[in-house]
Design a protein around this ligand. Structure first.
Ligand SMILES: [Cu+2]
Length: 109
């Protein structure tokens, strides 16, 4: 019984441990509110991401994430796979191609 209690409390400690970090990621190719929603949506689906806030004036997304579960590279990939550039990571070309015209760079419309 004592052992069970120990295991339970250990599990509890582990599950509460998650350290949240904040990162700002540049999303220079985002064009409109739809882009902002798509990026926030893609990010909140990533395991370990707690919050994603797009600032369209700054073309930047602020992400709160659990450093035990996810890292910046995975977060950048999620943005790329949604069709948008993330910092130095280019947008996934296939996804970008299928974005609505108004979500593409003016030169690609
Ligand atoms: Cu858009």
């Amino acid at each position: 019984m004592k052992k069970l209690f120990l295991i339970t409390s250990l599990l509890l400690i582990v599950s509460c441990k998650g350290d949240l970090a904040k990162a700002e990621i540049n999303i220079p190719t985002a064009q409109c509110g739809m882009c902002a929603m798509a990026i926030e949506d893609a990010l909140t689906k990533v395991d370990g991401v707690k919050k994603a806030d797009v600032d369209m004036d700054a073309l930047r997304v602020t992400v709160a994430y659990d450093i035990e579960i996810v890292n910046i590279t995975s977060i950048e990939s999620a943005i790329s796979n949604a069709g948008y550039q993330a910092n130095k990571i280019s947008a996934n070309a296939e996804v970008y191609k299928n974005l609505p015209g108004y979500c593409k760079l003016p030169v690609d419309r």
